[in-house]
Design a protein around this ligand. Structure first.
Ligand SMILES: [Zn+2]
Ligand SMILES: [Zn+2]
Length: 248
């Protein structure tokens, strides 16, 4: 086929496979429970795929993709030739978009998923640090039920309606955006390395790094006001005693 300058070649893949594997083309798989050889690629882990394309040359109808770029690529149905089966209903699991993620929508599997999520949440809650409100040094709290920020000084009154209310500590976001000496030094290093081919690194002592960090912290405290942005720290629960009566 030579229209549009296309040359079609056909490759004998069986000859290629024999050249790679030897005359007997075999692979071995040890299947774990709830696994089977993929029904789509028969365990090869790869199938014939195609990237059809068009060349919009003169005289061509301009519909469809008449040319082919066939290749052997990863099987979309499995990982490495193995399909995972649901341990509850034995149906093949959907292959997730991220590697290693499998999914079944049967009732037992989704019940199991919510059980796991609940257990995980219970474990997180059990591990969380508990700080009495009186000892909490932050100014903001995060009310978990409706994800609302509450001023720490209003928390007792806030908890009056529901003594079971759960509050998380809040850390100022500025810790995340504060300039870090290590990053600045890395940046200097990189720029110097770009300028001098035989540059061997700034090789600064820990003291020098600390001195820069201290200067940065001082400058930050004096000049940057970001203290109004908080994020909930779910590792720390602030125990707010419910106020029985308003303090008057
Ligand atoms: Zn497959
Ligand atoms: Zn299932």
């Amino acid at each position: 086929m030579t229209d549009n300058g296309i040359t079609r070649v056909t490759i004998d893949v069986s000859a290629t496979l024999r050249a790679c594997f030897g005359e007997t083309i075999e692979i071995t798989k040890d299947l774990q429970p709830h696994e089977r050889v993929c029904t789509a690629c028969r365990g090869l882990g790869a199938i014939k795929r195609d990237m059809p394309f068009a060349m919009r040359g003169p005289g061509e109808a301009g519909h469809g993709f008449p040319y082919h770029q066939e290749y052997v690529g990863p099987c979309p149905n499995c990982y490495n030739g193995i399909e995972k089966l649901c341990e509850f209903c034995a149906e093949p699991l959907y292959k997730g978009y991220t590697s290693g993620a499998y999914w079944c929508n049967c009732k037992e599997a989704s019940d199991e998923r919510s059980r796991t999520a609940k257990d995980k949440e219970a474990a997180r809650m059990a591990k969380a640090k508990r700080v009495p409100l009186a000892e909490y040094t932050g100014t903001m709290l995060f009310r978990a039920r409706d994800e609302v920020f509450v001023e720490a000084e209003d928390a007792r009154e806030d908890a009056r309606d529901d003594p079971e209310e759960l509050y998380y500590a809040c850390d100022p976001v500025d810790n995340w955006v504060k300039p870090a000496a290590a990053e600045l030094i890395d940046d200097l290093d990189n720029r110097a390395a770009d300028e001098w081919e035989d540059f061997e690194g700034l090789d600064l002592t820990d003291e020098a790094k600390d001195a820069l960090q201290n200067a940065l912290d001082l400058w930050w405290t004096e000049h940057v006001k970001l203290q109004t942005l908080y994020y909930p720290n779910e590792d720390t629960i602030v125990v707010v005693p419910a106020e029985s009566e308003p303090e008057e």
